[in-house]
Design a protein around this ligand. Structure first.
Ligand code: WT7
Length: 648
């Protein structure tokens, strides 16, 4: 059994939740009076324009609604209400990869957001409920654009800058977006890179909905402008007024969409609400990172992922904190970049992904020693299970043995943290996300809906709704119900299933064991095998394909493809094929889905009815023993053939 680390005593004294007694007390309150618990939080935390009538409406389950009748605007929660007490406080500290710095105070941010909100309203006729796609690098304008949408009630949908033109196009069309906000490009690894040409390519076909493109000039490289469609932010923004009234929004009005991969079909537009989402963003910021008034908080995610939404922009700003935003890669100009930034900005809470920790450990195990990291108090990780080795290095070398590590388990769909230690209270163990937050009814259950015994894997479910939960899949309610409420039941009632497996250890700590579905987690990014397979199947020489995750030291999982080629004679052209297949992937999805390994096989294991037995392929890729019965396969010998090829 792994070691347990008690929270730092000095830290606990001033923490919001100081010990496990206080934690258990809150849990009990939520269990005894579920609605009362959330009611108290919502009244305490949100500055409502108009009070709500009901806390939770379950009449249309699983389409739950929270705080019905209430009116608010998320930008008032994040900016407007702070002007009384924090107008000159730094809201965003931005650092470009080239070392350039910008500090934006709450008042400045408020004005900038208002100008952009006015620009969208006046120049592009964006109204409440319209969708706006943001395809932006890590520059402050990404936060301005998110908040400007929220100010006028437009629904933003951020597309991560690493996605290709085709992926961007699909998302613009699916959301029926009216406007795209992008940049000429930005800087990465010391070089300028481009985004605008990707937008041009995306909008070439099928995007009639999108008539306008607003471009932020960041790297000032040459780009093409389409007259009547393309506008330059830098030239227009100062002509707009810095005053703009916030649109009063219903609690349940959508705040944003964010596309994420599922086990089948195309990526799904996860829809989040206004009130429930911002409540949980703020509450988890306060309690899980325990940020104090003069602290500096840094989350290294990209705003294109949910972590960036909740813990770079909405959470920190809702609580009136100072948030750091960094444009570039952690290894530029050298592997000490992040540690140098922590020293320089006196960062107090630092939040990153296991894959980054592993990379920086591997490339520079002693690098942190060169910097003063003593300002750090809380270290966070998210996105994938963290291996004890990486955890220990993080704990000792970055945290100096003084900081709690909050291993936060959550998902795009949950909006904010769900299972996580509390830094002043929870005794932590490497590799465990520990316990659910008070009010979050996380349970590990078996196929019958019974709790699994300690040490046994089960399905990680959330058995009661929570305020920041996904509200729908954009345009596909049926898929929403099927994807999240179709697999697990408790007491005969469908409950939210996360797609993850988990178990309780001997002490009742929760250990996440990873996805149980056809989703691969590459460097903390979710990719659906079905999506990748659909792309590979487009190649004229591919007869059949199946994709699985393969363990990878740095990335967590890499992408492993089994390919059956058309025609025997193509075997000699495998090297070329690998290049061609990756070209296809980069074109249709983006660099993040590049294949790590390809195995050309004569056939795939199938049942007599022709269904591919993916579990077998997953086991082979993972190097695990095959436990499934293979005797019912159409051709059982194919399994050993593939295994032999794999071992070579
Ligand atoms: C999936 C969600 C939540 C923001 C980043 C990823 C995995 C997430 C942990 C953790 C083990 C984790 C799960 C989950 N995951 N956090 N602390 N320990 N696994 O968001 O792309 O929606 O992916 O990431 O498998 O289902 P996402």
């Amino acid at each position: 059994m792994s070691q347990v680390f008690e929270p730092n005593r000095e830290f606990s004294k001033n923490a919001r939740i100081k010990n496990m007694c206080e934690y258990k007390e809150l849990r009990l309150q939520a269990e005894e009076d579920f609605e009362g618990y959330w009611d108290k939080l919502a009244k305490e935390k949100i500055d409502w324009f108009e009070p709500y009538d009901t806390v939770l409406d379950e009449s249309n389950a699983p389409f739950y609604s929270w705080f019905n009748g209430g009116k608010l605007n998320v930008t008032h929660q994040c900016l407007g209400r702070h002007l009384k007490t924090r107008k000159n406080k730094a809201a965003i500290i931005w650092e470009g990869e080239d070392g350039k710095k910008r500090i934006i105070t709450y008042l400045q941010l408020y004005y900038r957001v208002n100008r952009l909100a006015n620009l969208m309203k006046n120049q592009f006729n964006i109204k409440k409920g319209d969708r706006v796609v943001l395809y932006l690098p890590m520059i402050p304008e990404a936060a301005f654009a998110m908040l400007a949408c929220a100010k006028i009630g437009a629904v933003h949908s951020i597309v991560f800058g690493g996605f290709s033109a085709e992926a961007l196009r699909d998302r613009v069309i699916d959301a029926d977006a009216k406007l795209v906000i992008t940049a000429d490009g930005a800087f990465r690894r010391g070089q300028p890179y481009m985004l605008k040409p990707v937008v041009d390519e995306a909008l070439k076909e099928g995007c009639e909905c999108c008539k306008k493109v607003l471009i932020v000039q960041r790297n000032f490289e040459d780009i093409d402008y389409v007259p009547g469609r393309d506008y330059v932010y830098n030239e227009m923004i100062m002509n707009e007024s810095q005053h703009c009234d916030p649109e009063p929004m219903d609690s349940e009005d959508p705040l944003f969409l964010l596309y994420t991969s599922g086990s089948t079909g195309k990526p799904k537009g996860v829809q989040h609400s206004s009130a429930g989402y911002i409540l949980w963003a703020q509450y988890t910021m306060e309690h899980v990172f325990d940020v104090k008034e003069n602290d500096t908080f840094w989350c290294t995610a990209d705003v294109g992922w949910i972590t960036g939404h909740t813990y770079i922009v909405y959470g920190p700003l809702a609580m009136g904190a100072t948030t750091i935003m960094y444009e570039g890669v952690p290894t530029f100009p050298d592997v000490g970049r992040w540690w140098k930034m922590i020293e320089e900005h006196r960062v107090n809470q630092f939040y990153t992904a296991p894959t980054a920790i592993r990379l920086l450990h591997k490339l520079g195990a002693d690098e942190p020693k060169k910097y003063d990291l003593s300002s750090l108090q809380v270290l966070g990780t998210v996105g994938e299970p963290i291996n004890p080795d990486a955890w220990m290095w993080y704990y000792n070398e970055i945290g100096g043995g003084n900081c709690s590590i909050v291993d936060t388990w959550w998902q795009t769909e949950t909006g904010g943290h769900m299972i996580t230690p509390l830094p002043g209270a929870t005794p932590i163990k490497p590799g465990s996300a520990t316990f659910p937050l008070p009010g979050i009814m996380a349970e590990i259950i078996d196929e019958e809906g019974n709790p699994t015994p300690k040490g046994e894997k089960g399905f990680l479910c959330i058995t009661k709704p929570w305020p920041s939960m996904i509200r729908n899949i954009w345009g596909d309610s049926e898929r929403f119900v099927k994807s999240y409420f179709g697999d697990c039941k408790k007491d005969g009632k469908p409950v939210y299933f996360s797609g993850d497996g988990a178990m309780y250890d001997d002490d009742g700590y929760i250990v996440i064991t990873g996805r149980t579905d056809d989703v691969i987690n590459v460097s903390g990014h979710r990719l659906g095998t079905a999506e990748i397979e659909a792309v590979l199947a487009h190649h004229s020489n591919v007869a059949e394909v199946a994709v699985a995750g393969k363990p990878d030291d740095i990335k967590g999982e890499g992408i492993f493809a089994y390919i059956v080629l058309k025609g025997e004679d193509s075997i000699g052209e495998e090297i070329e094929m690998i290049q061609e297949l990756n070209k296809l992937i980069i074109k249709e999805i983006g660099n993040i889905a590049k294949l790590d390994d390809i195995l050309f096989v004569p056939g795939l294991p199938k049942t007599r009815s022709g269904k591919i037995m993916r579990r077998i392929l997953r086991s082979i890729a993972k190097g695990e023993a095959i436990t499934q019965d293979t005797s019912t396969l159409e051709d059982p010998s194919i399994v050993t053939t593939i295994e032999d090829l794999f071992k070579r």
